[in-house]
Design a protein around this ligand. Structure first.
Ligand SMILES: *[C@@H]1O[C@H](CO)[C@@H](O)[C@H](O)[C@H]1NC(C)=O
Ligand SMILES: *[C@@H]1O[C@H](CO)[C@@H](O)[C@H](O)[C@H]1NC(C)=O
Ligand SMILES: *[C@@H]1O[C@H](CO)[C@@H](O)[C@H](O)[C@H]1NC(C)=O
Length: 332
């Protein structure tokens, strides 16, 4: 019986997700508990009232409590008391600080329950390990568990040249030049093998991806492994490093960079053939394509909902961490 209840509940929570089928929910509920006994009817009545409240408050929006009620997992303990009720709005720039929390703008494959559960797991990871704010262009140090290293740990320092994917699959790439050889490591941000992520120098660059550093002179991506962290003054903006790197004079690059409209690169010349090719492959209409923007982002209201949720949970985590720190200080 428990399974059939679980299935019904799942169907219910799924139907809440589709605003057009809101009207269906109550009738499905009555059918659902006719066949069960009194205890369950009471439970369902409560769930139904909560769902109705959730629908009234925000269509297309499902509370964690409702999702978790039907998810019987041992991981669940200890996080029930995160307050859900107060209305919070995240600061406007929050989606740029934690872009991996944004839902994937892929309409055909979106699964809102999965997104929600992933966000929850990500928050659990963040409660254990601090994942700092960083951007493409920041210099970072990452320590991972490595069974084959003598100390069972491996620390790598480098400049973040890319960051991408959504949810638990979020990754970033660090680049450094070690003994004259370019090394790049891609880290999964929420992989449990990652033990710590430090930002040694928080800054942004002029481009969203810095793969052109592969074809730049090596001094632009050489960083010392015992670099000291650079502290920013409290409340300061993230500095924008406007350095323009110099690409290698040989034009045997791994990519035709002239076609990429790079901001952080010193002007360079290429031969006429490559210029012609560039003109051929240019897509000047792209900047007028409104649908492109529409397809590559979820609607703004939804972004705000997600970010408010993330913001709220982050505050809970931060306050817990703060109280933990004071407890530790007192013990000392
Ligand atoms: C109601 O369900 C519970 C749990 O399934 C069961 O133990 C109990 O006997 C049921 N009560 C009635 C009146 O059927
Ligand atoms: C959650 O809150 C309730 C009442 O406020 C309390 O009884 C319960 O122990 C709390 N749970 C946890 C895990 O802190
Ligand atoms: C910008 O980056 C370059 C290359 O990493 C570095 O040499 C320079 O000091 C940085 N500029 C500032 C203002 O930090």
């Amino acid at each position: 019986m428990a399974t059939s209840l679980g299935l019904n509940a799942l169907r219910l929570s799924l139907s809440v997700l589709r605003p057009s089928s809101c009207a269906v929910v109550p009738c499905q509920l009555t059918v659902a508990h006719k066949s069960h006994n009194a205890t369950h009817v009471i439970n369902y009545r409560r769930t139904r009232a909560e769902m109705a409240k959730a629908i009234r408050r925000k269509q297309n929006f499902l509370h964690f409590e409702l999702v978790d009620k039907h998810r019987h997992s041992p991981l669940q303990t200890g996080t029930e008391n995160i307050s859900q009720e107060t209305e919070v709005t995240a600061p406007r720039n929050y989606r740029y600080v934690m872009p991996e929390f944004m839902p994937r703008p892929d309409w055909e494959r979106r699964d809102r329950v999965l997104e929600k559960l992933e966000r929850r797991d990500m928050m659990r990871r963040r409660a254990i390990m601090n994942i700092p704010e960083f951007y493409v262009g920041s210099i970072m140090a990452v320590t991972v568990a490595d069974a084959y290293a003598p100390s069972k740990k491996n620390r790598f320092v480098g400049i973040c040249i890319d960051r991408g994917e959504y949810g638990l699959k979020a990754y970033f790439v660090l680049r450094n030049v070690v003994d004259g050889l370019g090394v790049e490591v891609m880290y999964e941000m929420y992989n449990p093998k990652v033990l710590s992520i430090e930002v040694l120098k928080l800054e942004k660059r002029l481009d969203d991806q810095l793969y052109y550093l592969r074809d730049a002179l090596p001094e632009y991506s050489t960083f010392s492994f015992d670099m000291e962290p650079v502290q920013l003054p409290k409340g300061a903006d993230v500095p924008l490093n406007t350095t323009k790197v110099k690409l290698k004079p040989t034009k045997e690059w791994e990519c035709r960079w002239e076609a990429h409209d790079l901001q952080g690169v010193q002007p360079f010349e290429v031969n006429e053939k490559r210029m012609r090719r560039k003109e051929k492959s240019a897509e000047p209409w792209k900047k007028h394509d409104l649908m492109l923007d529409y397809r590559s982002r979820v609607p703004e209201e939804e972004e705000e909902q997600v970010m408010a949720e993330v913001f709220r949970e982050k505050q809970v985590i931060d306050s817990q961490r703060k109280s933990m720190r004071t407890v530790l200080k007192k013990r000392k």
